[in-house]
Design a protein around this ligand. Structure first.
Ligand SMILES: *Cc1c(COP(=O)(O)O)cnc(C)c1O
Length: 466
């Protein structure tokens, strides 16, 4: 696997799973065992060559992490120990608490805050919103549930907020009607005046606002809301302030990038990933909650078979389990601990700054070229753009760019993804890739230009024939 990672650049950024491989993998349940060497050979032949591709230096689709060799080894150690980190008196729990204290300090949260390592930002955001609901509903939601409650609870987030918020509102019984999607300004940041007005209107209609969600790095364009303004508004309105910083929160490690995140440290809860801009392998994200008592109050349970003991292994038996959904928990903390100790925070900071510099470099190349158009500001590491040519109408530009994107992906050269901005199809590059070099972005520009020319020429020929 070390060799595999070292040679990632030599393979395609992505390739489809061939039909014969799918066929190979379509097997009956193995009732009897077989030779592990043969199973391993099949892994090497049928599985290993067809990954998502996010370990590749030119993979910039969605927001995916690249993973590091050191953390891969840490995961193997953790799996070998097979620690059960619900809590208990064990070194794994001590290490995990240490890691959480480090992250609390790095993100500027108060030292008494609590944290929970989870599968990723979706789970971490759900933790934050669950605590918000219990803290601000005005009654004991855990006891009464939300059946027939009045007034109706309301949650606020910008139109650019990631889809986790819809899922979470659904799972928490709030329903998507409780979610107010607030419009954004020209830089894709929440319109704070519109937010204030929406809260006022909801109160006027007898609803109960409970939580405002701010973004530190939106998935579409990398925009960060005015978090200080949101913190102030939440204080004035007695609302829970939650921040989704899935990738953007870690920009706080950089003194250059930190000012844009001012106010994030005032959040009541904050969710972010370590498997995106922390470069660690899946899955690891974290939920931080300012007030540990409130955090525990939203999840802690009691049961005879899991009661804490005065001494022995079961001291703090549910230390982590009482902060979230999971009882059985993997030892996610080990790869974070080993990575931070081995590489140091400065390596993370330097790579994050490098990714932002590369995004700005790409944006510059796009601005400089008449056949390319930047479709959104580039405040962080996300670049949205398209190929343009005079004489193409809006629908043709969308069709051409979609085809360009698919061909670039299928060529195996690079993997950007797409989004729609102001009704326009955008090729989207999100750079959380520590293996990318500047020339990889030059290569992308050349590939998009060449493919754009080819696709428009084909379209023109097609139109002439028609
Ligand atoms: C990726 C992402 C999420 C979801 O995080 P997962 O780790 O995939 O669960 C939420 N919000 C934003 C802004 C993201 O980029």
């Amino acid at each position: 696997m070390i060799q595999y990672l070292a040679t990632a650049r030599e393979r395609p950024a992505w390739q489809a799973v061939p039909a014969e491989v799918r066929q190979d993998l379509d097997e009956p349940v193995p009732l009897d065992g077989s030779d592990p060497a043969a199973v391993y050979r099949q892994f090497k032949k049928d599985v290993l060559p067809y990954p998502t591709g996010n370990i590749h230096p030119r993979f910039w689709g969605w927001v995916m992490g690249t993973g590091t060799p050191l953390a891969m080894l840490a995961d193997m150690l953790a799996s070998g120990m097979n620690a059960h980190v619900a809590g208990y008196d064990q070194a794994a729990a001590v290490v995990e608490r240490q890691v959480i204290r480090w992250l609390i300090e790095l993100l500027g949260f108060p030292s008494g805050a609590s944290g929970l390592l989870v599968s990723g930002a979706s789970a971490a955001n759900l933790v934050g919103l669950t605590v918000a609901r219990q803290a601000k509903a005005g009654f004991d939601v855990r006891e009464r549930g939300l059946q027939g409650t009045s007034p109706a609870l309301r949650v606020y987030a910008s139109a650019e907020t990631h889809g986790w918020v819809d899922k979470s509102c659904q799972l928490l019984g709030l329903g998507t009607t409780s979610l107010r999607r607030i419009p954004v300004d020209g830089e894709y940041r929440i319109d704070v005046d519109a937010l204030r007005e929406a809260i006022r209107r909801d109160r006027g209609n007898g609803h109960r606002p409970i939580c405002v969600i701010g973004n530190a790095g939106t998935v579409n364009t990398g925009a960060t809301d005015d978090l200080a303004a949101l913190a102030g508004l939440c204080r004035d309105e007695d609302l829970w302030f939650h921040v989704d910083g899935a990738f953007g929160a870690l920009a706080a490690l950089s003194p250059v990038l930190r000012p844009a995140l001012a106010g994030m440290e005032l959040a009541d809860s904050l969710a972010f990933d370590l498997h995106k801009w922390g470069y660690l392998p899946y899955e690891v994200g974290i939920a931080l909650v300012r007030d540990e008592t409130v955090h525990r109050g939203a999840f802690a349970t009691t049961s005879a078979y899991l009661s804490g003991a005065r001494r022995g292994i079961a001291v703090d038996v549910l230390f982590f389990a009482d902060l979230g959904l999971q009882l059985s928990r993997a030892f996610r903390g080990l790869k974070v601990w080993m990575s931070l100790k081995t590489h140091g925070v400065h390596a993370w900071r330097q790579l994050i700054e490098q990714n932002v510099d590369q995004a700005r470099y790409l944006a510059g190349r796009i601005r400089d070229h008449a056949s390319l158009e930047l479709l959104a500001p580039v405040p962080l590491n996300v670049v949205c753009f398209r190929y343009v040519e005079p004489g193409l109408d809006a629908a043709q530009l969308d069709a051409v760019n979609e085809e360009v994107l698919l061909r670039v992906q299928e060529s195996g050269f690079a993997v950007p993804s797409s989004t729609t901005l102001g009704g326009r199809f955008a090729i989207r590059v999100a750079n959380t890739n520590h293996r990318s070099r500047r020339e990889d972005f030059d290569g992308l520009v050349e590939a998009v230009l060449a493919t754009g020319r080819a696709v428009t020429a084909e379209h023109a020929r097609g139109r002439r024939r028609a």
